[in-house]
Design a protein. Structure first.
Length: 111
């Protein structure tokens, strides 16, 4: 009988430990959105990367993107030739739509 109580307590402690550890680590998010120019045109081919990682995608022909496995505290970097590079904190959001501004000075560096 005493062994049974000891096993029950051990099982409860293990279950409690697993529950606490699961909530201690932030869950990964799926972040999506649409990228447009300051004139309202969609921007295909924008480089969208989670800063400090290799997790990144290019926006589609309609300017949309989806990033998987993003930390709630991550920073997303948006870059495109001829436009200013933008950095945005995720702050646990799952939809981040962006408007990128033209960068004429940056474009002149490429010419």
């Amino acid at each position: 009988m005493k062994k049974r109580v000891t096993y029950s307590r051990a099982a409860l402690l293990l279950l409690f430990g697993l529950l606490v550890s699961a909530t201690a680590f932030p869950q990964a998010l799926k972040v999506s959105g649409t990228l447009k120019s300051n004139t309202g045109e969609t921007l295909p081919g924008v480089n969208v990367v989670v800063r400090g990682t290799t997790n990144g995608v290019l926006s589609g022909t309609d300017g949309s993107y989806t990033l998987d496995n993003v930390s709630p505290n991550a920073v997303i970097v948006y870059s495109f030739i001829g436009y200013r590079t933008e950095e945005v904190s995720v702050n646990s959001r799952t939809v981040i739509d962006m408007v990128l501004s033209e960068d004429v000075q940056g474009l002149r560096k490429w010419l």
